[in-house]
Design a protein around this ligand. Structure first.
Ligand SMILES: [Fe+2]
Length: 284
């Protein structure tokens, strides 16, 4: 089948047209899609028509499914398929998942390499997802800052006491299933494209090993201000049929609650297993 892969910006995001991933793809196409994913970090596969089972099959072109921490929110019959929704689940309170820049499930010792969304219901305007390229953000740091952070490690918990936003509470069952905190390098090396990337997540980072908390928080804030500049961004405007897959090892992402909350926004969400983040090799 003829298909095209077209970059969305010079650094982040590429659009794939002409493929139906609900059907199986040949080995060559699978390899080309995975190479494009490592190169562009966000893939937008257009014009897909999925029922939940199709979506589950489609994402496995890129890897193996990773269960979500919140066991209570899933598509009936599909325990690994979470959903993103603006519906009110706690009376008087509306949680918008991912409202500030973050990377998914970094509290895991081996965080998911990818997250994939597929829209079921979209608001008539707004609700874009923003992505910021952490390879480019790292590359453009000063040499002094690179030297300062290359060997640092951060402790990622489910919900940091310093988190800038409140997360939806977990059920007792989900709480019990949480892994131990992830202790991850602040700069990680991507196993496929070989590039270094900042690995930041203010929602989950509770401390940096060897630094007092105030110093750690100042450093994270400084890096976040740098890393989320518009020049590092691809902003995705959703269209029905878009399957959007992003690399949590390469980009931060953020949801936008800038639409009419009376309109329903509902997307299927899956994740793919990753590996323990690889640190930058340190001189002996
Ligand atoms: Fe997220």
């Amino acid at each position: 089948m003829a298909y095209t892969i077209t970059p969305m910006t010079p650094h982040t995001g590429a659009e794939v047209r002409g493929l139906d991933l609900s059907k199986s793809v040949d080995t060559e196409t699978r390899a080309a899609l995975n190479r494009a994913f490592a190169q562009h970090h966000v893939l937008i596969v257009r014009d897909q028509k999925y029922e939940p089972a199709d979506f589950r099959n489609a994402v496995q072109v890129f890897g193996e499914l990773q269960p979500h921490d919140k066991k209570e929110m899933h598509i009936p019959g599909f325990p690994e398929m979470y959903y993103v929704s603006n519906e009110q689940t706690v009376p008087g309170k509306r949680f918008i998942s991912g409202e500030s820049f973050h990377t998914d499930h970094s509290n895991h010792p081996a965080p998911p390499k990818a997250t994939i969304l597929y829209p079921v219901s979209l608001p008539s305007y707004g609700g874009d997802t923003q992505y910021a390229n952490m390879h480019l953000a790292y590359d453009e740091l000063s040499e002094a800052m690179k030297r300062r952070i290359d060997g640092l490690k951060a402790v990622h918990v489910y919900n940091s006491r310093y988190s800038p936003r409140e997360l939806r509470p977990l059920s007792p069952e989900s709480l019990k299933a949480l892994p131990p905190p992830g202790v991850h390098p602040l700069v990680r090396v991507h196993p496929e494209n070989g590039r270094k990337a900042l690995f930041l997540n203010p929602v989950r980072i509770e401390s940096i090993v060897g630094l007092p908390d105030d110093e750690a928080l100042d450093l994270i804030a400084e890096l976040m201000t740098h890393a989320t500049q518009k020049k590092y961004e691809y902003r995705h405007q959703w269209t029905y049929g878009d399957m959007v897959l992003w690399d949590n090892r390469s980009v931060l992402h953020k949801a936008n609650p800038d639409y009419d909350m009376n309109e329903r926004r509902f997307l299927y969400r899956l994740m793919l297993k990753g590996e323990a983040p690889i640190p930058v090799p340190q001189a002996a």
